[in-house]
Each structure stands twice: as C-alpha cells, then as structure tokens.
Write a protein that binds this ligand. Structure first.
Ligand code: SF4
Length: 413
C-alpha cells in the first residue's frame, strides 16, 4: 500500500522518515522485543522528525492506550485496515491518532512477495478455537475463509510470475471452509491448488482436531503437495491439553500422526510445544517427552508459557517457576536435537528433490527437500530450480550433498 502511495522502503533507521512496527502479541517475549526496538526510534526522534506507528496484533490489543503509554508514538493501527495506512501516516504528521477496525479480510490488499521462488497465500484469517493460552482470536477475530476462486487466481498469478512453490497460510488451515460451506473443504482446496500445476505446495498450520484422513489422502495422491505437516501438539498430557482447550487428546494426536505415516511413509511431522502451562506437573511433562520419543518429530518449536492478556489462561496462576520452565525447555531441545540428527542420518545415501532457494554468504546453494529439510547443495544450479541431490552429510538441522541432476540442463549437474 505504501509503495503504491510513493513511499520507498528504507532499512536504515537513521534515514527513515516513517517507522512502522507490525507487532506480535503471541508471546510476552515477542511483545517485549517490539517495545525494546521502539525505544531506539524514540531516541532517533529526539534528534529529528520521524513519524512512528505501531500496529498489527500489538496495535489491535492495546489500541489508543499505546498513545498514552509512549508519548513518541504518532499513530496506532490494528490487524486489519491496512488500506488506510497512507492516509493515516499523513494525518499523524499533524495529530496523534489511533485507527482500529474490527478484524476484516482486506481482499484487495496488495501483496509484496519475497524471494521469487516461494510465495505465501493466505487462505484463512483469524481463529475461532480459543485455546486458553492464545491471544490470536482476540487480536485477529474469528476464522474467516477466503473465497476459493481468489486463492486459486493468486496461485495462478504466482505461477505466471515464475514462482515454484506456494505456502497456503492460516492459523488452522484444516478448518478452511467450515465457516462458509460454499468454499468447500480444505481437502477440496488443496486438490484444486494442486491442479494449477504449481510445482510445490506447502501449508501451515495444521490442527490435530481438524486434520482429516481425506486431507492426508490428497497429500499422498497429488505429487506436487509436500509430505510435511506442521502439526502443533503443544503437550503430551491429556490433562494439560484439556486445560488448554485444544479439542483433542494424546491418543487422537498419535493416531492421526500414525495414519499420516501409514499413508505417506516419508511424511515429516514438525510441531509446537508449550512448557510450563499452569498446573503442568513433572508427570505431565514426562508425557510430553514421551510423545516426542513416540512421534519422532523432524523439528520442534518449543516455548515457555507466558500469560497473555484477555485469555482464560491469564486468570490461572502461572505456577510453574521460570527455572523449571527453562529446565523443561532445555530437556526438549537436547532430546529433539538427537532425534533430528538420527532421522537426518537415515537419509544418508538417498536422493532428494531440492528446490533451490538461495546462496549462503560463502556462495553455497541451499534449498529445501519436499519434506521440508534444509539441504546444502554442492554444484551449479539457478535459484528457483528443482534439482536432485545425493545426500552425503547430515546434522540435526540440515542435510548436504552434491547435485546429481538439474531440471534446466537436461540432466547435467
Ligand atoms: S488454534 Fe492456534 S491460533 Fe487458534 S486459538 Fe488455538 S493456538 Fe491460537
């Protein structure tokens, strides 16, 4: 929106006329980080004129109170309504202003996409699940599905622009269409996106309660859908899952994960885990560690619980001491690292299809395999090219090997 209004992106704070923070509220740490960085802009504003805006979920939740809390903030916006950002900035040059709308779907919003290889397409906004620790339903409103034809035309546009991969995005993609049946289900959408012919399709995040056998079947049937599921488990204890209002138990989680691997033996499952949710005992935590052993995730994003405003969790006593949360986090990271290393080692000697995404500072090519592993590639290829790599090295975080085959060269590495 700002580029269309004549603004130019400036990465150097000392040269920017307008600074905007699109702030996250999901974790206390993320929120604190934004406030820390706002401090640097406040310093800059002492030296010269800068317009400072804060928005996103942070703006939506705190609203006009941010103007009171930090005198240097000139304008506040929410998680929707970006269309009016250019006019909001102009107003903020003469008055301090907070402009918040109900979270809506800005279907006309222009999108600036990253690397020309992989493009994100939002399929749902918001979430109606109200997990007791999560602020998303308050910050982003109820789940709304985007019309299927708009999604498909965006994917077709990506394809026409030379993109090789689409990442379908939503807080809970598996519930796509449950708010408006006319859009069909997520499995229908996935099939339709596959039929556009885009070489690779990924999606995130999947919710264990809504992931159906049909979705797994479409993943298996359509050759361009990647065999990777980011399936947030959050805990391995039924008591904690119930207190979190996750809507499934441990048995449902392991059953759907096993079904996925029966249908796609090479399926890579990654997950999110929260440690130290109120009431999480040592026995509860052991059940989480046991789930990690059982499912053998490709990677785990683990975080310490922190109470978020407005949520039901915020009414509970945050009774797991910080040092215990840190110990639990450490135990997960150490064990998961070993599992990831073992899983990656199993791929030594095999051939994997890699989409080249870029070059490191040292000039080495890297990309991702279909099951979402990072692969360092020796040889020559173009960014955006699909290559076959023989895996010769592995660590907990990546694979490495030589390019055996390039799609653009008729086979020459
Ligand atoms: S499903 Fe995800 S986004 Fe929705 S409330 Fe639960 S944790 Fe938050």
């Amino acid at each position: 929106m700002l580029v269309s209004a004549g603004y130019v992106l400036e990465e150097d704070l000392e040269r920017a006329d307008v600074v905007i923070f699109n702030g996250c509220m999901v974790r206390q740490k993320a929120e604190e980080k934004v406030f820390g960085r706002i401090g640097a802009v406040v310093e800059e504003k002492r030296k010269r004129q800068v317009v400072l805006g804060v928005g996103g979920c942070l703006g939506q939740i705190h609203g006009a109170a941010l103007l009171k809390r930090i005198a240097s903030i000139d304008f506040v916006f929410g998680s929707s309504g970006h269309q009016s950002l250019p006019s909001l900035i102009e107003r903020a040059r003469t008055e301090r202003v907070a402009e918040l709308s109900e979270p809506i779907f800005d279907t006309e919003l222009k999108v600036r996409r990253g690397n020309g290889v992989s493009g994100m397409v939002t399929i749902t906004e918001g979430c109606s699940n109200f997990c007791t620790y999560c602020i998303v339903p308050y910050a982003r409103g109820p789940m709304r599905s985007r019309p299927k034809d708009l999604i498909l035309s965006e994917v077709e546009q990506l394809l026409a622009d030379g993109f090789r991969e689409v990442l379908l995005l939503g807080q809970n993609v598996n519930s796509y269409g449950t708010d408006q049946a006319k859009h069909g289900s997520f499995a229908d959408l996935l099939k339709a996106v596959a039929q556009t012919g885009i070489p690779r399709i990924r999606f995130t995040t999947s919710h264990p309660k809504d992931l159906s056998e049909r979705i797994l079947q479409v993943m298996s049937d359509e050759p361009n859908v990647c065999h990777h599921l980011h399936l947030a488990c959050q805990s391995g204890s039924d008591d904690v899952l119930r207190a979190m209002n996750r809507g499934y138990d441990r048995d449902r989680y392991t059953t759907i994960a096993e079904l996925g691997r029966d249908i796609m033996p090479d399926l890579n499952i990654t997950t999110d885990i929260i440690v130290g949710f109120p009431g999480e005992s040592d026995a509860d935590f052991r059940k989480t560690m046991d789930l990690i052993e059982r499912v053998r995730f490709g990677s785990v994003f683990a975080a310490k619980y922190s109470p978020r405003p407005l949520t039901k969790g915020a009414d509970l006593t945050d009774d797991v001491p910080t040092c215990k949360k840190e110990d639990r986090l450490g135990l997960i990271l150490v064990r998961q690292r070993a599992i990831a290393q073992e899983e990656n080692q199993r791929l030594l000697g095999s051939n994997v299809e890699v989409l080249i995404e870029g070059k490191t500072r040292m000039g080495e090519l890297y990309g991702r395999s279909g099951d979402h592993r990072t692969v360092m590639c020796a040889g020559v290829a173009e960014i955006g090219e699909m290559v076959t790599v023989r895996v010769e090295g592995s660590s907990a975080s990546s694979l490495s090997g030589c390019i055996l085959h390039r799609e653009n060269s008729g086979g020459e590495p």
